[in-house]
Design a protein around this ligand. Structure first.
Ligand code: TXA
Ligand code: MG
Length: 332
């Protein structure tokens, strides 16, 4: 199959919608990362997503809607808190977990009786969903395990020959996937940190952070979010997360340098093989996946990453990095 990459004119969005109506898959820009879109109600199309990504069948997909009114047929109940958070944070990078109705096929929800739903803010994604008239199931459009795609080129690199069309909406604004929450007795629990931070949510309710965000899941342990148990976000290079002062980090790098050894730091640095990944957590989130993909192209063997701040969006960056590093942390 030839994979076309097209800019999202009205005509090309219509073309993408036609493909989706016919059970095909399309690469779709969102404000977080690119998604691999299919009709959420079409079991065969959704099965195609799992096949194209090589994704485990028990890892459920996020269902994307274009307006809050699309929510009620999909879910059994919308609590006052869910309503409030949707008014505050949709469209935007917040995914909420609800009890699902039978209209959502079990393949979409990974066999669970719940469904994850979000309304993106990206205008191309919204227009595409609207044009389709049905909700769109879309995981990140990478091969399972690899860093998520933040440009149309990244999607092309992973999906060439497997899907007919990618809409090229430019570089994603946020750069890491949406915040995933479920509801608790007193508030919400964050299952995956993202652009809507714990600090932002705590203005509205009590916020718990799931322990799987910081810790490795042991074999056989049950998790609230199935995605947390899989290897994730990994470039080919071995990644280590390094905790310690910038001075100690630079000293450590001097002792461990090499042609195929790279350092990601948040301080500007002139040394070869040192790459700055931004001064703020938002900048780090924005460039992280693209840098990991670039380093694979440079044939990096080892990447030492200076550990990010763990608050705000920094928690999302940290969460992706400890997984990319398979929990190998060096404390200086
Ligand atoms: O920003 C995003 O959320 C992107 C864009 C494309 O919208 N999508 C995305 O999808 O990151 P994906 O499939 O790569 O990640 C979805 C995460 C997984 O960790 C999955 O386990 C979790 O959400 N999830 C989905 N449905 C769930 C459910 N019913 N209960 C718990 N976790 C769920
Ligand atoms: Mg993903």
């Amino acid at each position: 199959m030839k994979t076309e990459v097209l800019i999202p004119t009205d005509e090309n969005i219509k073309k993408a919608a036609e493909l989706l109506k016919n059970g095909m898959l399309v690469g779709m820009p969102t404000e977080t990362v690119y998604g691999l879109a299919a009709n959420a109600f079409d079991e065969n199309a959704v099965k195609g997503i799992f096949k194209a990504k090589g994704r485990p069948q028990d890892n459920p997909l996020i269902v994307h809607i274009s307006c809050p009114e699309m929510l009620s047929p999909l879910v059994k109940e919308i609590s006052p808190l869910a309503k409030k958070l949707s008014e505050k944070f949709w469209g935007g990078p917040l995914t909420m977990i609800f009890s699902k109705t039978d209209i959502i096929p079990s393949v979409t929800s990974g066999g669970l009786d719940t469904v994850a739903i979000r309304m993106p803010s990206n205008p191309v994604a919204l227009k595409l969903i609207e044009e389709c008239g049905f909700p769109i199931a879309a995981p990140s459009a990478n091969i399972s395990g690899k860093p998520s795609p933040t440009t149309a080129q990244h999607v092309f690199d992973d999906m060439e020959g497997k899907i007919p069309l990618i809409l090229d909406g430019g570089k994603c604004d946020v750069g890491v996937e949406s915040t995933v929450i479920c509801f608790t007795e007193k508030g919400v629990k964050i299952l995956r940190p993202g652009g809507i931070t714990s600090e932002m949510l705590s203005e509205f309710c009590e916020v718990e952070i799931d322990k799987a965000i910081y810790n490795k899941i042991e074999h056989g342990e049950t998790v609230l979010s199935p995605g947390m148990k899989y290897k994730h976000y990994s470039p080919k290079a071995k990644v280590y997360l390094v905790e310690g002062s910038t001075e100690n980090f630079l000293d450590f790098m001097n002792k461990n340098s090499g042609d195929r050894i790279f350092a990601l730091t948040y301080k500007e640095c002139d040394e070869p093989n040192f790459i700055s990944y931004g001064d703020t957590s938002a900048e780090e989130a924005n460039v992280l996946f693209a840098l990991l993909r670039d380093l694979d192209k440079k044939n990096a063997q080892v990447i030492y990453v200076q550990s990010p701040q763990k608050n705000g969006v920094g928690l999302a960056v940290y969460n992706r990095l400890i997984r990319a590093a398979e929990f190998d942390i060096i404390v200086l």
